[in-house]
Design a protein around this ligand. Structure first.
Ligand code: NIG
Ligand code: FE
Length: 414
C-alpha cells in the first residue's frame, strides 16, 4: 500500500524505539538507523527502515521528501512548561544581579505572585494570543507536544481561565497540549499564615477541574517555605482519588523529601530535583518515576545542576524540559536546554535525545502514542539542518530545525 508522505535519504534516523543493549546505561537503549526512510499514512508512521524503500510505498500522490542525509528524530516533547501567563519579569533579572534571591523576591510579593497578578488581569483572549506566540517559537524549535500548567491564578476562576486557554490552544495550532492543574504553585497574599486553609481551598477546586475535564495531571510546588511534604501528600492524594495523574516540583531549592514523596505516591514524574537526596534517587528508581530535569532553570538562576549522572547510574529514567516560565526560565528553546544538558549535565547525545522524546512521552503518560518513530504511532518528526547529532548539541543557541512534521503534515519548513 502506498503512503501519503515519504521522507528518504535520512543520514541518521533516531527512532527512539527502546531496544535491548549490552554494556550501556539504560538511557542509551534507543535505536539509531543510517541511510533510512520513513513512510507516513493517515497521520501515522506506516513504514520505516534502512536502505532503499520499497516502490509499493509510493504512488503519484505521495509527497516525497529528500532529507539530503540530515538527522531526523521524533518531534521534541517539552513535558514541563508554565506556558500560559500574563506579563513578564525582566525587572527581577537585575534585582537578582544586585544579590536578591528567588525566594526573597517571592516573599516581597514579586516572583510568582507578580505573574499571578498579571494573569488575573489578562483576559482569556490576551492569554491565548500571548501563548500562541510562544507556541510558534516552540514549533520552530521542533517541539510537537508540550505540557502546560496552571498555577498563576491560585483561585478557581483564574485557574480555570488558564486551563481553558490550554484547551483553546490545543485546538487552534499544531502542537498538542497536555494540561496540568497546579493550583498549589504559591501561597497567595491573602492566605499568608493560613496555609492550611489554602490547601483545603485547592483540594476543593479539584472536583470542578475534573468535572470540566480541564486537566489530566495535578502538580504542586513542594519546597521549603512553599508547600511541605505533608501538605503536598494531602493535595496529591486527593487528586489521585479523583483520577488525576500526578507530578511534583520536588527538591528544587532544598532537599526536603519531595522525591521520596514522588516514590511513595508513584507520581508519573518528579520535576527539578537539583537538591535531591540519595534516598530520593532510590525512591524514584524503585517506583519507576521519571526524573524531569530542567537545567535551563539551574542555568538561569545560577544554581546547582541536578545530579543527573548519579541518577542515571542508579537506573533512573531522565526527561529534559524547558520549564518555560516568566521567572526561573524564560525561554521556549528546548534545543538550548539539550545543549546545556550536554555541557553541564554530561549527558551523551543519545541520552539527550531519549530524554526529549520517548522519556518526555513517558513523563506525560503518552508513550503509546508519541515519543518514538514506530509503526502506528503519530507521525511527529523533526529534521535538523545537520548531518550529525553531535553538531546540533555543539553549535549552541541557534535553531537547527529544517522541517517539522506533525500528525503527518509539514507544519514548518525553512
Ligand atoms: O518551575 N518552581 C516553581 N515554579 C516555576 C517558577 C515559576 C515562576 O517563577 O514564575 C519553576 O521554576
Ligand atoms: Fe516548573
Amino acid at each position: 500500500m502506498a503512503s501519503d508522505l515519504l521522507v528518504y535519504n535520512i543520514g541518521v534516523l533516531i527512532t527512539s524505539k527502546e531496544i535491548d543493549i549490552i554494556n550501556k546505561t539504560s538511557m542509551e537503549n534507543i535505536e539509531v538507523l543510517n541511510n533510512a526512510y520513513v513512510a507516513i499514512k493517515n497521520g501515522h508512521i506506516f513504514s520505516l527502515g534502512e536502505g532503499d524503500y520499497d516502490s509499493s510505498l509510493i504512488e503519484s500522490n505521495t509527497i516525497l521528501i529528500d532529507a539530503e542525509k540530515n538527522v531526523v528524530i521524533p518531534g521534541l516533547i517539552d513535558s514541563h512548561t508554565h506556558l500560559v501567563h500574563g506579563g513578564s519579569r525582566e525587572n527581577e533579572m537585575f534585582l537578582k544581579a544586585k544579590g536578591a534571591t528567588y525566594m526573597e523576591i517571592l516573599n516581597a510579593g514579586g516572583g510568582i505572585l507578580s505573574t499571578v497578578k498579571a494573569t488575573k488581569e489578562a483576559t482569556k483572549e490576551e492569554l491565548v494570543e500571548k501563548a500562541k506566540i510562544s507556541l510558534k517559537k516552540m514549533l520552530a524549535f521542533g517541539i510537537t507536544t508540550i505540557e502546560s500548567k496552571s498555577g498563576y491564578g491560585l483561585d478557581l476562576e483564574t485557574e480555570i481561565k488558564q486551563l481553558e486557554v490550554n484547551q483553546i490552544l490545543d485546538k487552534e495550532q499544531p502542537i498538542d497540549i497536555v494540561s496540568t492543574f497546579m493550583g498549589a504553585h504559591a501561597i497567595p497574599k491573602e492566605y499568608k499564615g493560613k496555609e492550611e486553609a489554602f490547601i483545603k481551598n485547592v483540594i476543593q477546586m479539584l472536583p470542578e477541574i475534573k468535572a470540566k475535564n480541564l486537566a489530566e495531571f495535578c502538580d504542586i510546588f513542594c519546597e521549603h517555605g512553599i508547600f511541605s511534604v505533608d501538605q503536598s501528600r494531602e493535595v496529591l492524594k486527593a487528586a489521585k482519588k479523583l483520577g488525576f495523574k500526578l507530578k511534583i516540583h520536588a527538591d528544587e531549592i532544598e532537599s526536603i523529601g519531595g522525591a521520596e514523596l514522588a516514590g511513595e505516591l508513584e507520581t508519573t514524574s518528579s520535576e527539578h530535583l537539583m537538591a535531591v537526596s540519595d534516598e530520593g534517587i532510590i525512591a524514584l528508581k524503585n517506583s519507576g518515576v521519571i526524573a524531569n530535569i530542567l537545567p535551563g532553570t539551574s542555568f538561569y538562576l545560577k544554581k546547582e545542576y541536578a545530579p543527573v549522572r548519579k541518577m542515571i547510574d542508579y537506573g533512573v529514567q531522565i526527561a529534559l524540559s524547558t520549564d518555560y516560565n516568566p521567572g526561573s526560565c524564560p525561554t521556549e528553546n528546548l534545543q538550548l536546554i539539550m545543549q546545556i544538558a550536554a555541557l553541564y549535565l554530561n549527558m551523551s547525545p543519545i541520552e539527550i535525545i531519549k530524554a526529549v522524546t520517548i522519556n518526555g512521552a513517558k513523563s506525560l503518560n503518552k508513550e503509546k502514542q508519541i515519543g518514538s518513530i514506530e509503526i502506528g504511532k503519530k507521525a511527529d518528526l523533526v529534521m535538523f539542518n545537520s548531518k550529525s547529532l553531535e553538531y546540533i548539541l555543539y553549535h549552541f543557541g541557534i535553531n537547527h530545525t529544517k522541517m517539522v512534521i506533525k500528525n503527518g503534515e509539514i507544519v514548518y519548513y525553512i
